[in-house]
Ligand binder design. Structure first.
Ligand SMILES: Nc1nc2c(c(=O)[nH]1)N[C@H]1C(S)=C(S)[C@@H](COP(=O)(O)OP(=O)(O)OC[C@H]3O[C@@H](n4cnc5c(=O)[nH]c(N)nc54)[C@H](O)[C@@H]3O)O[C@H]1N2
Ligand SMILES: Nc1nc2c(c(=O)[nH]1)N[C@H]1C(S)=C(S)[C@@H](COP(=O)(O)OP(=O)(O)OC[C@H]3O[C@@H](n4cnc5c(=O)[nH]c(N)nc54)[C@H](O)[C@@H]3O)O[C@H]1N2
Ligand code: SF4
Ligand SMILES: [Mo]
Length: 743
């Protein structure tokens, strides 16, 4: 016998609603798109369709592992927490909680646990050694938006359903399904754009599947978008196309931007970008002329040498053309668990560098240090050295620069804990591995992606399959870590962690005159909270205090956990709405178009204009049936085009004497790899493309399928010193390499 259950897909940012067919034993045997899902309306991709295989991968760990006499062996949960208490406790007693580093990987934005507990763990440790996938990803956007709008999470997203002209820079949503723009069925939305007479422009050094759909594809040299975007700004001013529309009274710094742009005419940057000046000029005019336009950048605009400048310029263009915060332009989503809007006014503003990394002195950004500096923080002796590491849902040995150095550092670290379902290239170094259950056995709510959804919505999935007896869910695993750090014994109830948060939040909200529950009695509100678990109760709390919430009865039709549970296909909260000035938290209370720390980096961009590259420039790529480093272990997701090859232009290949599938030697600052070439004219001459997340087959891992087609680790070509200086983000796209035929 079998039955079906609904589950939001946690495998990418599109957050599709899935219908799972579940056998009596709890195995997911079939996965379809949920046609009634208010957000995804039945869309599913090949990765979502293999949810069942990924869920039941036999290499997933079913219980904790503890290192005994040098070897990781199976242990009970009680033994594992005792080992954590002894191991981390010892390091903390000797060197302090600040000697423990935390690395938060990408899936934290896809889990309830990752949304609710890491900040409590960090607080319990009292450490500033926080590292995350952010500085391998979107941190430049957070820094740029932090300065412009006052908050690192005030990130506008393209209003995909209403825009007349979408300009995509360094993103390939046909493959990635979108990022910092949560939209199920991105391909369908691009087709709908064309159908309603809209335009699509793609700026990408590669002719990607997304570029193939475009009306106009500009293929600049990698890393030169900053100059190209500045040239668009220059044209807007020079041709009198600047029109802030209703925003004018809310924006400062326009004249400073005008002055800075003067040095970047299309003619001044054309040779550097290798894009004709006329094409840049035409694009600027089209963006200005469109009834609405949305300029949107992703990985190819952030993980690059001028990542923060490019991220900033994207929203400068949106602002100067009146497209910021208007339908069809870029808008600020309002998540159901966000704080309910408060009256507009000046805020504290955004700063970086409140502390610095110990070895290289990199500034903190959004409370994180650059992940590229994690290895040196561990392996460089001296006071303040990182002595222990906790990784949650991360695989930095493959995802960050110079994984070999990080691996060596982790061999010698005093103590390491990994919360991860797999024994992989990173977790194999841990002293204790705490595996969360497969996704079918966990509840789902998208705390992170509500902030980036192109349409506001609220959806909740309870666990589709019950947890086996004695197996904790990931929220409980992390809550128990918090308790352990505070010295609680094995019998302490982890739900106490959640109750603590609930009472602290209620005390704060009832005392805040801007809160929907200002002046009310915290104990009266606490008694109203529902939910079967600690995390459900916190979700109820956040929903009820949030922008659409019931405010604990004051707004009886508002959202609660109960109302979400009563709507299993989700609740649509409507198209995005303008939020300026309410969303702004800058010190001026305005959009600060020319923040001094950002404009101070413009001379570096100007200096780059005359530079030439000797050799090749490497860019990355993603594959539809894959996700970073951790989906190469499912047979249905391997093979076909999903392989680790070096894509190279035919002219370059013939010059180097490389035939298709021949081995090429690729050499970068940090090391070299040998990899089969794939000859294709979809990459520009002078550019090669190598995907990340490969380099499996390392000793001590338990990844039977991935080990058979290991691929090579592109990040071994980097030594960790190439960073966007304003955000500490690694330059993973557009770095120089030398290529030769392997002997
Ligand atoms: N060269 C190059 N490098 C890149 C990139 C690139 O484009 N080029 N992209 C970068 C980007 S955008 C990112 S986000 C990073 C990703 O960097 P990471 O987050 O460090 O790496 P992932 O490969 O996503 O690894 C995710 C880990 O989480 C585990 N996991 C999966 N599901 C769960 C879960 O439910 N709970 C827990 N606790 N663990 C889980 C997996 O087993 C795996 O170990 O990589 C970056 N690295
Ligand atoms: N199938 C699949 N989906 C995924 C992932 C995955 O691994 N596989 N990863 C998920 C994650 S963690 C993220 S962050 C998102 C990323 O989502 P996207 O950013 O949409 O994905 P990428 O394929 O990395 O697209 C980056 C594009 O930038 C281009 N590029 C490289 N350098 C430059 C440059 O200098 N300038 C310009 N203009 N373009 C450049 C590349 O050619 C590439 O097409 O995808 C998510 N979704
Ligand atoms: S697009 Fe993303 S969220 Fe949707 S089914 Fe595929 S992997 Fe899952
Ligand atoms: Mo990412």
């Amino acid at each position: 016998m079998s039955h079906t259950a609904l589950r939001i897909c946690p495998l990418c940012e599109a957050t599709c609603g899935l219908t799972l067919t579940i056998e009596d034993g709890g195995r997911v045997t079939r996965t379809r798109g949920d046609r009634e899902d208010v957000f995804s309306k039945g869309f599913i991709c090949p990765k979502g369709a293999t949810f069942g295989e990924l869920d039941s991968d036999p290499d997933r760990l079913t219980g904790p592992l503890v290192r005994r006499a040098g070897k990781l062996v199976e242990a009970t949960w009680a033994e594992a927490y005792a080992a954590v208490a002894a191991g981390l406790g010892g390091v903390i007693r000797e060197h302090g909680g600040e000697s423990v580093a935390v690395y938060l990987g990408n899936p934290n934005v896809h889990t309830i646990a990752g949304g609710l507990y890491p900040s409590l763990i960090i607080k319990a440790l009292g450490t500033r050694n926080i590292f995350a996938a952010s500085t391998l990803d979107q941190m430049p956007k957070q820094v740029a938006c932090g300065y412009m709008f006052g908050h690192a999470f005030a990130i506008p997203v393209p209003d995909l359903d209403r825009t007349d002209h979408l300009v995509i820079i360094g993103a390939n949503p046909l493959v990635s399904n979108g990022s910092l723009a949560t939209a199920a069925d991105f391909p369908g939305k691009l087709k709908a754009l064309r159908k309603r007479g809209g335009r699509l422009t793609v700026i990408d050094p590669k002719r990607t599947r997304t570029a193939e759909l475009a009306d106009r594809h500009l293929a600049p040299r990698p890393g030169t978008d900053g100059a190209l975007l500045f040239a668009i700004v220059q044209v807007l001013f020079a041709e009198d196309l600047v029109d802030l529309g209703g925003l004018a009274e809310h924006v400062t710094g326009v004249d400073e931007v005008r002055a800075l742009a003067a040095g970047f005419s299309p003619e001044a940057v054309a040779a550097h970008c290798d894009v004709p000046a006329d094409d840049i000029r035409a694009l600027a005019r089209e963006i200005a002329a469109a009834p609405s336009a949305a300029v949107y950048g992703r990985i190819g605009s952030t993980t690059v040498e001028f990542g923060t400048l490019s991220s900033w310029l994207i929203d400068v263009i949106n602002t100067l053309t009146g497209n910021l915060d208007r339908p069809g332009g870029v808008m600020f989503p309002l998540a159901p668990t966000a704080r309910a809007p408060r009256p507009p006014g000046p805020g504290r503003g955004f700063v970086t560098g409140r502390w610095r990394s110990r070895v290289s002195g990199y500034p903190e950004t959004a409370s994180e240090l650059p992940t590229a500096a994690l290895a040196e923080e561990i392996d460089t002796p001296g006071p303040g050295r990182v002595r222990a590491l906790l990784t949650i849902a991360g695989n930095p040995v493959l995802s960050a620069p110079d994984g070999e150095r990080l691996s060596r550092a982790l061999e010698d670290i005093d103590f390491m804990v990994s919360v991860d379902p797999y024994l992989n290239e990173t977790s194999r170094h841990a002293d204790v591995v705490l595996p969360p259950p497969p996704p079918s056995q966990g509840a789902h709510f998208d705390f992170a992606f509500g902030n980036f959804s192109v349409r506001d919505n609220a959806r909740y999935s309870p666990p589709a399959v019950p947890l086996p007896d004695g197996r904790p869910g990931e929220p409980e695993i992390l809550a128990r870590l918090v308790m352990t750090l505070y010295g609680a014994g094995p019998d302490a109830d982890p739900a106490m962690v959640d109750e603590q948060v609930i009472s602290a939040t209620l005390a704060k909200e009832t005392a805040d005159p801007g809160s929907p529950v200002a002046g009310r009695e915290p104990s009266e509100l606490a008694a109203l909270i529902t939910g079967d678990t600690g995390y459900e109760r916190r979700l109820d709390l956040m929903l009820r205090l949030g922008p659409y919430g019931d405010a604990f009865g004051a707004n009886p039709d508002g959202l609660t956990l109960a109302s979400l549970k009563a709507a299993p296909h989700g609740i649509d909260l409507g198209a995005l709405k303008p939020r300026i000035p309410e969303v702004l938290r800058t010190a001026s209370g305005k959009v600060e178009l020319a923040p001094a720390p950002v404009t101070a980096d413009v001379p570096r961009l100007l200096r780059s204009l005359g530079r030439t590259v000797d050799g090749f420039v490497l860019i990355g790529r993603r594959h539809l049936r894959s996700n970073n480093s951790w989906m190469h272990n499912v047979p249905a997701l391997t093979g076909g085009t999903n392989t680790c090859t070096l894509q190279i232009h035919p002219a370059d290949a013939s010059r180097l004497g490389l035939a298709d599938s021949a081995l090429a030697r690729v050499k970068g600052d940090g090391g070299e790899v040998e990899v089969p070439v794939e000859i294709t004219d979809s990459v520009r001459p002078g550019v090669v493309s190598l995907p990340h997340g490969w380099g499996h087959g390392q000793s001590g891992t338990r990844l039977g399928v991935a080990s058979r087609t290991p691929g090579v680790n592109v990040n071994q070509l980097l030594d960790g010193t190439r960073l966007d200086p304003l955000s500490g983000t690694a330059v993973l796209n557009g770095f120089p390499v030398q290529i030769a035929a392997a002997r």
